[in-house]
Design a protein around this ligand. Structure first.
Ligand code: ATP
Length: 272
């Protein structure tokens, strides 16, 4: 069986109002939502039926969040999985999981299937030194391609596949060929306005001091990803709670920023 997590439409708690600084990506995804909401009408109007969307960007920029929020907007089922879950030792296991995933999705259609780190399956063939045997990897990738090609223009059971990667250059060109991941959406770290939006979203859950200046907080966090901003806001709330304050101040946030920066430096040291 596939290890994908299925979330039913009524259980998806996020929509685009939970995603900050991603207006362009959201605009590009409107077509997908129109298709999922009214596939027959979309087909009748002669719209090019979308199949796959590849979200490209560094870690923590909200790719998973954006995919889930797209399902939330369209009110369709969401299947979440990661490419690494298909990388197996034994030939055929990964391919069977892919088949199973799409079977599940078709049964639950309309649906979005999200595959994080698709490069774990979709790496260009012919390289050396990879995890899993080459035969296994090849079969898994072939099965994925077959599934994408298979669910053509089926307006009665629409399934859209969204995938994410931060290494688009290693993907097998077959995945990017027309009719597969025919749309690529780049997502980068947020600019100042984006950071203001993201901080606003994540400050809803905390009590900010009356004089907490969100724009100043955004200016202090140039280069932060959405995930970094969420962490900083969370850390600031923990600090405030620790000194038994009634609200989070900009000073708490400044200390929190340092912790988030220190934390990610530690992480990258471990990885290097
Ligand atoms: P990875 O590539 O590491 O899986 P990702 O790009 O999928 O990362 P998410 O897992 O979606 O990033 O982001 C982690 C968390 O950071 C989100 O659940 C959310 O709380 C916060 N976050 C990230 N980006 C945004 C954003 N644009 N707006 C609001 N919150 C965000």
């Amino acid at each position: 069986r596939s290890k994908a997590i299925e979330v039913k439409p009524e259980d998806i708690s996020v929509t685009y109002k939970d995603v900050g600084g991603a207006d362009e990506a959201i605009a590009e995804l409107q077509e997908i939502i129109q298709f999922l909401k009214a596939p027959e009408q979309f087909a009748q109007l002669g719209g090019h039926i979308p199949k796959g969307v590849l979200l490209v960007g560094p870690p923590g920029t909200g790719k998973t969040l954006l995919a889930k929020a797209t399902a939330g907007e369209a009110k369709v089922a969401f299947f979440e999985t990661s490419g690494s879950e298909f990388v197996e030792m034994f030939v055929g296991v990964g391919a069977a999981r892919v088949r199973d995933l799409f079977e599940q999705a078709r049964r639950a259609a309309p649906a979005i299937v999200f595959i994080d780190e698709i490069d774990a399956i979709g790496q260009s063939r012919g390289g050396v030194m990879r995890l899993g045997s080459n035969d296994e990897r090849e079969q898994t990738l072939n099965q994925l391609l077959a599934e994408i090609d298979g669910f053509k223009t089926d307006a009665s059971a629409p399934v859209i596949i969204m995938a994410a990667t931060n290494r688009p250059e290693v993907l097998d060109p077959a995945l990017l060929r027309a009719g597969r991941f025919d749309r690529q959406i780049a997502i980068g770290n947020p600019d100042l306005i984006g950071r203001v939006e993201i901080l606003r979203i994540h400050s809803k859950r905390v009590k900010l001091a009356a004089d907490f200046d969100i724009e100043r907080a955004a200016r202090m966090t140039a280069g932060f990803s959405g995930a970094d901003l969420a962490n900083a806001m969370n850390e600031a709330a923990l600090l405030a709670a620790r000194h038994k304050a009634v609200a989070v101040t900009l000073n708490d946030f400044e200390v929190a920023i340092e912790r988030v920066v220190a934390g990610s430096e530690k992480k990258s040291r471990v990885m290097n």
